[in-house]
Design a protein around this ligand. Structure first.
Ligand code: GLN
Ligand code: ZN
Length: 782
């Protein structure tokens, strides 16, 4: 159906808006409050008060930056943990194992909500996985034929009303019904062939109720995030998503008409909507937000857009470079010729992928700073573009010039292009990417390492204790000398080695105490990177990371990990595994320069790592692990882009690792287990041993690996480190028994799902003991 609503009847929409803003607080106030609540140190009321204050300050702050408050420019998009979990809470789809946590109305209180996110005892939390191609993780809804949907949480309405009470007309943001179900997984008892999207018709009445309630409360616009529309990487095919969209918005936009509901803005961030713009245009929603950083604007008029608002997402919500405003304004002006009722300037995605503000970075180099825009600076860019749209280019003449100057200054600045780095990369031959045959390596490594069947190891990090953090903070402030700091880290390494030996692990690690973060640590030690002081970005729940900024050509001024690793090896006769972060992950978890192909940047990082690995090998280290947990994350959302991505990402890993001798064992760690689409790429990495997450999915991944005829070794995780829960010996034994059945014994390693840095020793020690006890039990049956 084509919209016939005349533009004049649309509720007013601002000329500039953002799709979302960081929720964690400029000083991570929310993180601190909710973690204190989990630790039993504060009450739910106190956390609610901190959150309400944060929301209030955010609204005031955004208004101060120039977003309008009389029309819905400011999104109401708060979350205590995760927006997908919020949707689960909204529609009452709490899994049966947590049924006792909901009250008669289907509501979860903050404690219950936290438990669903974090698990308790035998009740596993909701599975966590990456949100589209970002480093944000959401909690996967579990939907079955039996799931009962009901309007269970009025949080969205309350938060809208709270804004209104402050005279701010916000735009409530919800994960849309199609994306919600497209991201869900079937419950364990669901019959074969069931997909959560089968339940769309039953879910829609709940969304209809929310829309009605929001309209009653005075909301004029609501934003429904439907990024499922742009992705070809979901379990459900895009055609099915398109169909579901048409069905959903017939119910929500056509059958439920205004003024019974607010006007609906459908946001489609993270990639080009091109393939699905027609279905959005044909629906009766009043607006669509396009990602014009990842996607292109349509080049010809789209009929259904005539009555709609189009938000042109020209400001990158996912990276931190200052925009060339003149070019962005041009895109918006072109968009204006396509016949939409109104074009507004917007961000390509929510801004919660970038830090709060550059104003909080006094130590950042001033020139570099002049090239950057964090969330607040992006809001200012939006406000400027909005003014340009309504008042004309002349009105923002100075800002346009300043922005162009910044872009020009960056292109010619020292360090951005370094000829020696370029020449080395350009002179590489194919040999640099290839190791010898695996069979030969396998024999040579077995002889050198002499490991038992089912060798046990960990993924690298051990708990980052308060003492380690304190020492690092003191060292950063200059209160602890480098010598003292390094001695404390060595003491920590000694403790970690002793613990591993007493538990009986076969391949030891140094525990990574000296690393604040697996990417930032390397960024701090490589040329071409800068790091921030307060540039925190939410990764999952209360967890934040501080991505580094990769701004120039990359090289390694000196060895980075060699001293620590050599020291660790000197403490034990067991092999110590060197530990590096791979090129793709360094890129994925940094803000990366956008002025050259990612493949070029990846190869520069790979060469720096290659030198590090050569040095480790020369220092006598027999095993080196190169972590690539982000390999799957950067996989483009569009299938047509997969091959090129997998080619350069795999090649950069090989470039970093292929310089070693046959008897040096290369490990990699990949974290997540959705590898259906990239089994070929894992093979391409040619690592001797690959560890992956598998505990929550009960080793399902091994069947894929066996079916693919994968020849090298794997370490499916047997301990879910994302939860405080300690696995029992029986449980691990069961997983290992399943693993031994699924693949060849000499392919199998035993390890946790991921690094242990976020856990406490009280959880880690008994968990590793369970793993070792279970391994011994299974070995005894061989
Ligand atoms: N070696 C890293 C660690 O153990 C790997 C972490 C990760 O995969 N995210 O912490
Ligand atoms: Zn991991």
């Amino acid at each position: 159906m084509t919209s016939t609503t005349p533009a004049s009847t649309l509720p007013e929409f601002p000329a500039g808006t953002i799709l979302g803003y960081p929720r964690i607080g400029p000083r991570r106030e929310l993180k601190k409050a909710i973690e204190a609540f989990w630790a039993g140190k504060t009450s739910a009321e106190e956390v609610e008060a901190v959150a309400a204050d944060l929301r209030k300050r955010t609204r005031t702050h955004l208004a101060g930056l120039g977003l309008r408050t009389d029309v819905p420019a400011i999104p109401s998009a708060f979350s205590f943990y995760d927006q997908v979990l919020d949707a689960t809470n909204l529609v009452g789809a709490v899994p049966a194992r947590f049924a006792d946590l909901v009250d008669a109305e289907g509501r979860l209180d903050l404690a219950g909500y936290s438990t669903v996110a974090r698990g308790r005892g035998e009740d596993l939390p909701l599975e966590m996985t990456k949100w589209f191609d970002t480093n944000y993780h959401y909690l996967v809804p579990e939907i079955g034929p039996e799931t009962e949907f009901r309007y269970a949480s009025d949080r969205t309405v309350r938060e809208f009303v709270e804004g209104l009470a402050d005279d701010v007309l916000t735009r409530p943001v919800l994960v849309g019904p199609v994306t919600y179900l497209a991201l869900a997984k079937p419950t364990e008892t669901a019959p074969e062939g069931f997909t959560p999207l089968d339940r769309l018709a039953d879910l829609l009445p709940v969304y209809a109720t929310v829309l009605r309630e929001l309209a009653k409360a005075g909301a004029t616009w609501v934003q429904l995030d439907e990024p499922a529309l742009v992705s070809e990487s979901l379990d459900v095919p895009l055609d099915r998503v398109r169909e579901a969209f048409a069905q959903a918005y017939t119910v929500l936009a056509t059958e439920l008409a205004r003024p019974e509901r607010p006007a609906i803005l459908v946001a489609a961030p993270y990639a080009d909507l091109a393939e699905s713009l027609d279905v959005v245009a044909a629906s009766d929603v009043e607006g669509v937000a396009l990602d014009l950083v990842r996607g292109a604007a349509p080049t010809a008029a789209v009929p259904g857009l005539a009555g709609k608002v189009v938000v042109g997402g020209v400001i990158d919500g996912h990276n931190i470079w200052r925009a060339d405003l003149s070019a962005k304004l041009e895109v918006l002006e072109r968009l204006e010729t396509l016949g939409a009722a109104q074009v507004a300037a917007g961000t390509s995605t929510s801004l919660f992928h970038v830090p709060h503000t550059l104003d909080d970075e006094p130590a950042l180099d001033a020139t570099l700073k002049s090239w950057l825009a964090f969330a607040d600076q992006k809001v200012t860019e939006i406000v400027t573009l909005a003014e340009g749209l309504s008042e004309g280019r002349e009105a923002i003449h100075t800002q346009l010039l300043e922005a162009s100057d910044a872009v020009r200054s960056r292109a010619t600045a020292p360090g951005v292009v370094r000829p020696e780095v370029r020449e080395r990369a350009a002179s590489l031959t194919e040999d640099a990417f290839n190791r010898g045959p695996f069979a030969e390596r396998k024999t040579a490594q077995a002889e050198r390492l002499n490991l038992p069947p089912l060798p046990t190891t960990t993924i690298g990090s051990f708990p980052q204790t308060p003492e380690i953090r304190k020492a690092r903070a003191a060292h950063d402030k200059g209160e602890l000398s480098t010598e003292q700091y390094e001695e404390e880290m060595r003491a920590e390494i000694r403790r970690v080695v002793e613990l591993q030996e007493s538990i009986g692990l076969d391949v030891l690690v140094h525990g990574e105490p000296e690393r604040n973060d697996m990417v930032q640590y390397f960024a701090e030690n490589l040329d071409g990177f800068a790091v921030t002081q307060n540039g925190w970005v939410q990764s999952y729940g209360s967890r934040c990371t501080r991505p580094s900024i990769l701004w120039g050509d990359v090289s390694r001024p000196a060895p980075i990990t060699v001293g620590w690793t050599q020291y660790t090896q000197s403490l034990s006769s067991k092999p110590v595994k060197g530990m590096l972060t791979g090129p793709v992950t360094i890129l994925a978890w940094s803000f990366v320069r956008d002025d050259q192909p990612l493949s070029d940047t990846a190869n520069q990082v790979a060469l720096a790592l290659r030198d590090e690995i050569t040095d480790l090998e020369e220092a006598g280290i027999a095993i080196v692990q190169v972590d690539e947990p982000a390999l799957r994350e950067l996989l483009p959302l569009k299938e047509k882009d997969h091959a090129a991505y997998l080619d350069w990402s795999v090649r950069s890993f090989r470039l970093s690792t292929a310089g070693v001798r046959p008897d040096t064992q290369i490990h990699t760690h990949l974290c997540y287990s959705e590898f259906g689409q990239i089994v070929g790429a894992i093979d391409g990495l040619d690592a001797d041993v690959t560890s992956i997450e598998a505990a929550r999915s009960k080793m399902e991944i091994l069947a894929d690996i066996a079916n693919a005829g994968y020849p090298r070794a794997v370490g499916p995780g047997v301990y879910d480190i994302h939860s405080p829960r300690v696995p029992g010996e029986d449980e691990v034994e069961e997983l290992l028994t399943a693993a031994v059945k699924a693949i060849d014994l000499d392919q199998l390693w035993v390890n946790p799902d991921c690094g242990l840095k976020t856990r406490r020793y009280a959880e880690v020690t008994p968990s590793l003991e369970s793993i070792l006890a279970a391994t011994r039990a299974v070995r005894a049956t061989l």
